[in-house]
Design a protein around this ligand. Structure first.
Ligand SMILES: [Zn+2]
Length: 77
């Protein structure tokens, strides 16, 4: 069971939302990787569970989907 936490940075959002990342899918929150704990920026589509989150660490290849308050490992093909 993977347990993680999504941290929405309200102040950061107000100052930078829509200015960083792609216009249609801007970075929107900070997520600690459930596998290694590396903090990474995630986009609105990743928060919505439409796109998988891929860990940004060189030493970790974790991929997972967010489902409301849960983090689900991405199923291998
Ligand atoms: Zn990781």
């Amino acid at each position: 069971m993977m347990i993680g936490e999504v941290t929405v940075m309200n102040e950061w959002m107000l100052e930078n939302a829509g200015e960083i990342g792609e216009k249609e899918d801007p970075y929107w929150a900070v997520l600690a990787c459930p596998s290694c704990g590396t903090l990474g920026l995630i986009t609105r589509k990743q928060i919505a569970g439409i796109l998988p989150v891929i860990c940004g660490s060189d030493r970790c290849s974790a991929q997972f989907f967010l489902r409301e308050d849960e983090i689900l490992p991405r199923k291998p093909f």
